[in-house]
Write a new protein. Structure first.
Length: 364
């Protein structure tokens, strides 16, 4: 449950005065494709739900029923019975007529409650186990999502405190570092190149097994190793090629999408590549700080009709940097933090894939 408000019985709609009980299932009957359904887990008799929901009181495992009604094939059945276009809706009576299958029997909804006459109670054990399995899966997914969110909030806070403001001093520092950070233009940090697009009319410039050619759409991870479209050897001869560990900074339209190139590669003209001077600057420190560059770029680009920062403005962008050893401490910490965030995302993705597979195999 995301939010609720206090309502007096005298002012509540007559259809929204039935008190909810622990274990009640509320089905979204307006725009049901959104799947905003809820199994009440609060042992508190002070909740009622809006008339946009049908209230069910299951006599089998509630989580089994919740999982069943969340499945797309059930939603499709509901949508076929909905009225309205912009806000398709189904009433409780029509919802109650939809047949669903549970272990060993077919049952109907009856006034929002599974009809006892249609149930063989000796067959509910499998439904109980299935419900418990999906409840455990969803709890594990939620746990990883919460941990990931906490780590992302921590990262956001550290970005504000561990990078110097206009005074030249950060709020939070590693022990032993006291020097004022020095101002640099981005062009001082290394070589800057704007990407290019080899003509798509020449199919020979592209290959399934070539080097990555990055567009903003391809930037999904902190380090990019591969892309859907790649340059062939011939494409390399006309493209703009940069080495491994080049920073790619999006400067047109999708400002804020930045990545480290994990191998030799190329990129299109929406991106500026920064090849750092590794004798003076730490790669992951610069990558982390690029979040702050992008914030400045977005502010500058907001004055135009299209989000765009040209190469001249990009190279002249000012930033503050500490000595190399402090950069390395900061870069290493954020790299570990990003690694933990990524690990949680991988676990979430794997659990969701497992859930999708089980939904297909454990329900009829």
């Amino acid at each position: 449950m995301i939010a609720h408000r206090t309502e007096q019985k005298s002012s509540a709609p007559s259809r929204a005065q039935r008190l909810a009980r622990l274990g009640d299932l509320f089905y979204q009957n307006v725009r049901p494709y959104q799947k905003n359904n809820y199994l009440l887990d609060k042992n508190d008799y002070t909740y009622v739900f809006s008339t946009g929901y049908t209230q069910m009181r299951p006599i089998i495992n509630g989580y089994f029923l919740l999982t069943l009604v969340q499945r797309q094939n059930f939603v499709d059945k509901v949508l076929k019975r909905c009225t309205g276009t912009s806000y398709p809706a189904i009433n409780s009576k029509d919802l109650s007529r939809i047949k669903v299958l549970i272990p060993s029997t077919s049952v109907n909804f009856h006034s929002g409650i599974l009809d006892k006459a249609d149930m063989n109670r000796s067959d509910t054990n499998e439904a109980e186990k299935i419900g418990q399995l999906f409840q455990s899966l969803d709890k594990t997914i939620t746990l990883h999502e919460e941990k990931q969110c906490q780590l992302e909030q921590l990262k956001k806070a550290l970005l504000q405190k561990m990078f110097a403001d206009e005074t030249g001093y950060p709020v939070l520092r590693f022990k032993g570092f006291t020097e004022k950070w020095e101002q640099r233009k981005l062009e001082d940090l290394g070589e800057i190149l704007t990407g290019s697009t080899p003509s798509t009319k020449h199919t020979e410039y592209y290959s399934k097994n070539g080097i990555p050619w990055v567009t903003p759409t391809d930037i999904k991870r902190n380090i990019t190793f591969s892309t859907p479209r790649k340059l062939s050897a011939l494409g390399e001869s006309v493209g703009r090629i940069v080495p491994k560990n080049t920073l790619l900074i999006t400067c047109i339209a999708s400002i804020g999408k930045n990545t480290i190139l994990g191998t030799k590669g190329s990129f299109n003209q929406q991106i500026n590549g920064l090849i750092p001077r590794f004798d003076k600057y730490d790669l992951y420190f610069l990558f982390t700080q690029s979040n702050l560059w992008s914030q400045k770029m977005k502010h500058k680009a907001a004055t135009g009709t299209m989000q765009i920062v040209n190469k001249k403005d990009f190279t002249n962008l000012n930033t503050l940097v500490p000595i190399l050893s402090e950069q390395r401490h900061i870069g290493n910490m954020f790299e570990q933090l990003d690694h933990l965030i990524t690990l949680h995302q991988h676990k979430i993705d794997n659990l969701k894939r497992l859930k999708r597979a089980l939904l297909q195999k454990m329900f009829v």
